[in-house]
Write a protein that binds this ligand. Structure first.
Ligand code: SF4
Ligand code: SF4
Length: 215
């Protein structure tokens, strides 16, 4: 298993890292954390950087050295807080499966907010599902150019600790997009998206339930 010592500084992990996008400071990125460790930093030295990570899992998929960056950050967090190491479990997301009715009820006016952690944890299967959904409905999704999901950070440890600004993250996520309705996979995103978009926001599980009832 590759470790921080294998980081060669390509900076690919910065491209989809919400922590870096918000701070624009390489210290607040997986690369910065790996490089700090290579230069002898201990967990307490980089506690602020580690606390700003929202555990979205995008960096794990981008690292060409296949360093388990999420696990590295989780173990540093546990070392600096003395809390037992805990894995952040992806929320269960009912994707609507291959439900053709879901395809019928999304439109090009919808912004579909994918739950980033769950998406990145099952990337290959989930990407195929969303590609098909996007193609058949024309809806927009919170995917970036690397086809990583842009996380909102709502409900993350960093959000709860006041280390990550979810308002500016969501505003950035919506910037330049035109949509009339928002569909969220993670119900925790619902309130903030409604407040900041001013549009109706529906949780995917409710949409699927209502479709099943109507059938
Ligand atoms: S898990 Fe997300 S926020 Fe944390 S370092 Fe990786 S990409 Fe950045
Ligand atoms: S993508 Fe991997 S190898 Fe490249 S800078 Fe980030 S941690 Fe280092």
């Amino acid at each position: 298993m590759a470790s921080y010592s294998d980081c060669h500084g390509c900076a690919l992990c910065l491209l989809s890292c919400p922590m870096w996008l918000q701070k624009r400071d390489v210290r607040f990125s997986p690369q910065g954390i790996a490089k700090a460790l290579q230069h002898g930093a201990i967990a307490e030295d980089i506690a602020e950087e580690v606390s700003t990570c929202i555990d979205c899992g995008a960096c794990d998929l981008l690292c060409p050295e296949q360093i388990d960056l999420s696990a590295m950050i989780s173990s540093l967090r546990s070392a600096s807080t003395c809390e037992p190491e805990s894995e952040v479990e992806p929320a269960h997301v009912d994707m609507g499966g291959c439900d053709a009715r879901l395809h019928m009820h999304l439109t090009a006016d919808d912004l579909f907010i994918i739950d980033a952690l769950s998406f990145h944890a099952h990337y290959v299967q989930r990407l195929a599902h969303y590609d098909a959904l996007r193609k058949s409905t024309g809806c927009q999704m919170n995917l970036d150019l690397n086809r990583m999901a842009i996380a909102t950070g709502v409900g993350s440890r960093a959000d709860a600790g006041g280390m990550f600004d979810v308002t500016s993250q969501i505003q950035w996520l919506m910037q330049g997009r035109s949509f009339e309705r928002v569909i969220v996979e993670n119900s925790e995103d619902q309130v903030m998206l409604a407040q900041l978009s001013g549009k109706p926001v529906i949780c995917l599980s409710d949409l699927i339930r209502s479709e099943k009832k109507d059938a």
